[in-house]
Design a protein around this ligand. Structure first.
Ligand code: SER
Length: 888
């Protein structure tokens, strides 16, 4: 059985037990608290909690998982041993309120021993036995079920069942959880450990399968609330089983140490790598990772490259691109780690890209998104590798200097500068340092990093609010009532607090139609009437407690002792401005949709700004979109605008949001989210305000596209009144051009072409004249050269159009005399320029161009100098040039 047969046989086995096979969920988790999908059960959480009703109660799949960064971080171990991975598949079967322990355990035993033929006497299982104070009780039920299963197969339950206090599985600190039961296979050659290696971190006895009996919901206060229904969640390590099966030749030979990397999932990639470099994988595992021999190093590099290439391909196919923050940064680190290890095989940047084909060939049949996006994956990896190679080159220049200077250690400060300014990772600095027998002060590096974080924290823009004595509840958040267009003026509310911050005054109310700056949309402006007095509101922002702060425009006139007697207030938003903001906001969603249509599904929001006069949208994409693509994006967006599609919104619990709705990951979403739907083709989680139909947007005009970071692009556009104004201005400009050239607008292009051609011809002619002028001048001056100590000498002021011509003249003159001292001066744009040329013999006779220019320019109130053979300078005193040259 190869790995593919193994996967299929798992799924077919559970299909035969009434399970529906579902596709793997995306590696981009729906839970905002996770960096990556890291377990098969992630996608089933809402069903466990009873928030969603399942269509199928028995499900099985293979789930793509990444454990890197965050809580489960295996990244730094990958390569050095036989079983750590950043990417792996978790085979799983689920009962959503259907079967429970007996079926789950019996089936897992049946599959391992009868279908796959694992030797029963090598299998050990665990059951939960809580430590004092831990949740739930000793899992008698699981023990009894196992005892029956094992006894029937002639095994001693007391030997093969291990009690374990850690067998309680939790996804995180909160959420669905329950006792679990693991299955371990002893792969020691003699099989005489009697289960002593179970849960002892031994590569010879690995946990293969975990059966979790989900029964509780862990709450933040530390309590465990029983769930309405009981569920089963199992996770089987696919690479582990495939690896052991390969090493042990179908579970029959235990003479070699087991390794996940022995299965065809990896060996096919290793064979490909051997074709790129001069190494064949030799299955060595280092005893000491700091002192590896050459073969160990190269084997380690093979494992790293194969693992990281799989991770990169699968993550990118799911729209996670290398970047600067969060999960994107983790991915960038994985890629960079891969490039560094490739260097140890003497492979240059580009080798990870080469691995994309073989990875997709292996995994594409199971995860079709890989085959569909192979081009995108290759291009993303290629551009990241190239960017990192440039980083390495820049950093190496500085490192060369540092290692020349360093006695035995590179300081933390220098290592930090390399990291911060040159993007040179610490592990790379350490690697280079090691090669040069130097150490790196990592503690100093951490201190520098911490200091920088402090600086960043201190520099954060914060509104330090000082709450005046208030007789209302200052803590309650403000209710926003301004989504509807007919509800923006004369909204009655109550003042709950007045906040003074230096020379600013903010009003806090219990409700408001004013949108406070959030999610890129800027805050509203407008007016408030308090006790008959109209006050202008110049901005609206949130404070940390979710209160809307209405900033008063004329705080100085109002004065810090202002305090109305009545809490009643009437609020009116500047509706014209708000409408323009809304146009730009809806246009942002439309452009986001168009970007994904044209550039691909990997495009995701990375930031945005929506104001009344422009929009800015940052998105993940690995290269500059072509001019054609940009045109297509703008055209598509405008087609959608004039289609006048309806814009609607609804609120749903986060877990019930439609699957296709785009969320700005990195944002924290509450339990209830607002989904903005445009025409059924665009759905985004968004708290902002929008037009009611896309026709209101008007013309969408893209005014800029640029790179703002590696893998992040920025598009800028204007709509509504601003795009109208822009079109009018540009149209007017074109009309004026046509008038001045006495032609029609349609003839402009041709006219300009002709004019440019004429200009070019004239310039060429002028250059010819000048050349002739300079040649004639050189001939003339040559006749006037004097002679000092046998060397032709001249010091003249000349009248030429620019200093470049003066240099030409000097060169022509120097060619006329083998030996010479030539000094020329001229006035250009009111300033004097002087240059001097001295031949070899002139220098030997004591003339120095540098000294001559220095003396002349000093006498002209300026400065200059240079080498003995050539020097230049200048000065302000143009009136004195002739006299000084005469004198010299
Ligand atoms: N949730 C369990 C795990 O991840 C079993 O699937 O180990």
């Amino acid at each position: 059985m190869n790995s593919s047969d193994l996967r299929t046989s798992f799924l077919e086995f559970f299909e035969s037990k009434g399970h529906t096979i579902v596709p793997s969920a995306s590696l981009l988790p729906t839970s905002p608290n996770l960096l990556f999908t890291n377990a098969g059960m992630n996608q089933f959480v809402p069903y466990f909690l009873g928030e969603r009703v399942p269509v199928h109660r028995r499900i099985a799949d293979t789930q793509k998982c990444i454990r890197a960064g965050g809580k489960h971080n295996d990244l730094e171990d990958v390569g050095f041993d036989s079983y750590h991975h950043t990417f792996f598949e978790m085979l799983g079967n689920w009962s959503l309120g259907d079967y429970f322990k007996a079926e789950a355990l019996r089936w897992s035993w049946e599959l391992l021993t009868q279908v796959w033929g694992m030797p029963k006497e090598r299998l050990y299982v665990t059951v939960y036995d809580p430590a004092p104070g831990a949740p739930a009780e000793f899992d008698h039920e699981a023990w009894e079920i196992w005892a029956e299963i094992l006894s029937a197969d002639g095994l001693d339950p007391h030997l093969h069942i291990k009690k374990n206090p850690d067998c309680f599985w939790m996804m995180g600190d909160t959420g669905p959880c329950g006792p679990c039961s693991e299955m371990h296979l002893d792969t020691t050659e003699a099989n005489d450990t009697n289960g002593a290696l179970v849960d002892a971190n031994s590569p010879y006895c690995m946990e293969l399968w975990n059966n979790v009996f989900i029964q509780f919901n862990a709450l933040e206060d530390g309590s465990f609330v029983p769930l309405k229904e009981r569920h089963v969640d199992t996770g089987l390590g696919f690479e582990r089983v495939a690896g052991i099966m390969a090493t042990s030749k179908g579970f029959s030979n235990y003479s070699l140490p087991p390794s996940n990397y022995d299965s065809d999932l990896f060996t096919d990639l290793f064979d490909f790598l051997s074709g790129l470099c001069d190494h064949r994988y030799q299955q060595t595992i280092p005893d000491d990772r700091d002192h590896m021999n050459e073969v160990e190093t190269k084997d380690c590099a093979f494992r790293v490259l194969a693992d990281h290439a799989r991770t990169l391909c699968c993550a990118i196919a799911d729209g996670i691109l290398p970047g600067n923050e969060g999960r994107n940064y983790v991915l960038r680190r994985i890629l960079r780690r891969g490039v560094l290890w490739a260097n140890r095989l003497n492979l240059r940047a580009g080798s990870l890209e080469k691995l994309v084909g073989p990875v997709v060939e292996k995994l594409g049949p199971v995860f079709p998104e890989l085959s569909q996006q192979v081009d995108v994956i290759e291009r993303v990896i290629a551009s990241e590798e190239a960017a990192f190679e440039r980083t390495i080159d820049r950093g190496l220049v500085m490192l060369d200097r540092l290692t020349d200077e360093a006695s035995s250690e590179i300081s933390g400060k220098d290592a930090f500068t390399l990291y911060d300014t040159h993007g040179f990772p610490l592990d790379l600095t350490q690697m280079v340092a090691r090669e040069r027998e130097l150490t790196v002060d990592t503690e100093g590096f951490s201190q520098e990093m911490e200091q920088q974080r402090e600086r960043a924290r201190a520099g954060q823009k914060r509104i330090a609010v000082t709450v005046v004595d208030s007789d209302t509840d200052a803590k309650g958040s403000t209710r926003f009532v301004g989504y509807e267009a007919d509800h923006l003026s004369n909204v009655e509310a109550r003042i709950t607090d007045i906040v003074y911050d230096r020379d600013k005054i903010f009003l806090v109310t219990d409700r408001t139609p004013f949108y406070a700056e959030l999610g890129g949309q800027i805050g509203d402006r407008g007016s408030a009437t308090v006790e008959g007095r109209e006050l202008r509101i110049s901005n609206t922002v949130y404070d940390v407690g979710g209160r809307c702060l209405h900033e008063l425009a004329s705080a100085p006139e109002i004065g810090s002792d202002w305090k109305p007697r009545s809490a009643s207030i009437s609020l009116s938003v500047d509706e014209g401005r708000r409408r323009e903001i809304q146009r730009h906001h809806t246009a942002t969603h439309v452009l986001h949709w168009a970007l994904r249509e044209v550039l691909g599904r990997h495009v995701r929001q990375a930031g945005s700004l929506v104001s009344q006069s422009r929009l800015r949208f940052d998105f993940s994409h690995f290269e500059q979109p072509s001019a054609n693509q940009m045109r297509e994006i703008e055209t598509l967006a405008n087609e959608r605008a004039i289609e006048n599609a309806g814009v609607t919104w609804f609120e749903v619990p986060f877990h019930e949001k439609p699957d296709d709705s785009l969320a700005f990951f990195g944002d924290k979403y509450g339990d209830i989210v607002r989904v903005v739907d445009i025409g059924g083709w665009s759905r985004e989680l968004c708290g902002g305000t929008h037009v009611t139909a896309t026709g209101e947007i008007g013309l969408i005009k893209v005014v800029g596209e640029s790179a703002i970071a590696a893998g992040i692009r920025r598009i800028e556009a204007v709509v509504g009144a601003t795009s109208l104004q822009l079109v009018e201005e540009n149209f007017g400009l074109v009309q004026r051009f046509a008038q001045r050239l006495s032609c029609s607008v349609s003839e402009l292009d041709q006219r300009f072409g002709n004019l440019l051609q004429q200009k070019g011809n004239l310039e060429k002619e002028i250059r010819g004249f000048r050349k002739k002028d300079v040649t004639e001048l050189a001939n003339l001056l040559a006749t006037r050269a004097s002679n000092r100590s046998g060397i032709p000498w001249m010091a003249k002021s000349v009248n030429l159009p620019d200093p470049g011509e003066m240099r030409n003249l000097a060169v022509q003159l120097s060619r006329k005399f083998d030996e010479h001292v030539i000094i020329l001066g001229g006035v250009f744009k009111g300033k004097v320029n002087v240059l001097a040329l001295c031949s070899e013999k002139a220098i030997a006779s004591g003339f120095q161009a540098g000294n001559l220019v220095r003396e002349i320019t000093q006498r002209l109130g300026g400065n200059g100098g240079g080498k003995p053979d050539f020097a230049m300078g200048g000065g302000p005193d143009a009136g004195n040039l002739d006299a000084v040259l005469e004198d010299i």
